[in-house]
Design a protein around this ligand. Structure first.
Ligand code: URA
Length: 238
């Protein structure tokens, strides 16, 4: 990889800026000042320092975000705040995107990454990566609903869902409300809300708790995020 690309990828500046840093002698490779921006390096082996600080190369970035309501699952928008806007300046990268979408009013686990291959694997219905949700519902959920969800439902528009595991967490008979957990193997548009609607009830609050083997970190308050550990990235791929 070219040295100027390496430095720009690591967000030390634009391609033009890092070229000038190199020309000024601020960059060393394996202990030697290098003044040509065309210098080729092995990004996995070379020790690159910028102004004395070691720069380690990282290609893929993964963040777990506890998405708050009111923010849209997009990268840029002229009117609405996006999940990428929640990143601090030092973590922001142009190539980060939300892996899958949560509705504007849905909270919880959203993965942000620049790894398109991983996103494809997680989102493809063929891979059946589980997504687990907690929801509050207007209406009483019943064992008949549990059975209907387990078979797979026809939701509005005639779409068929895969079998889904519904657990009734609590029922408030007086207020005619319920709390549920739902495990899906796919991610159709508004799927939780439409499945609940298909059995005659309405989701009033929705939060994603888990994607595949990764559970939302309880230490993350709404709007907070953190980088995944290497072990967590591996767990996502399993
Ligand atoms: N299902 C929904 O209805 N909304 C979401 O945000 C996620 C799953």
């Amino acid at each position: 990889m070219r040295l100027d690309k390496f430095l720009a990828d690591m967000q030390l500046g634009s391609r033009k800026e890092v070229k000038s840093f190199i020309k000024k002698g601020l960059v060393q490779v394996d202990g030697q000042v290098v003044r040509s921006d065309k210098t080729q390096i092995d990004e996995t082996k070379a020790q690159v320092t910028f102004d004395g600080e070691v720069i380690t190369y990282q290609k893929d970035f993964y963040y777990m975000l506890n998405k708050p309501a009111g923010v849209i699952s997009a990268t840029v928008d002229n009117y609405e705040e996006t999940v990428v806007d929640l990143l601090a300046d030092e973590d922001f990268r142009e190539d980060l995107f939300p892996v899958g979408r949560l509705d504007k009013d849905t909270e919880g686990f959203l993965l942000l990454s620049n790894d398109g291959a991983l996103a494809h694997r997680i989102l493809s219905p063929r891979h059946h990566v589980e997504k687990e949700y907690y929801a509050q519902v207007n209406g009483i959920m019943t064992m008949a609903d549990v059975q209907a969800f387990a078979k797979g439902l026809v939701i509005d528009g005639g779409e068929e869902t895969l079998p889904a595991q519904l657990t009734i967490v609590s029922v408030d008979e007086g207020n005619e409300t319920a709390e549920i957990r739902l495990i899906l193997q796919e991610g159709k548009f508004h799927q939780v809300k439409r499945m609940v609607q298909a059995v005659g009830k309405e989701v009033t609050y929705l939060k994603r708790l888990r994607m595949g083997n990764l559970t939302l970190d309880p230490e993350l308050a709404l709007g907070e995020y953190r980088a995944l550990t290497a072990a967590e990235v591996k767990a996502l791929e399993e």
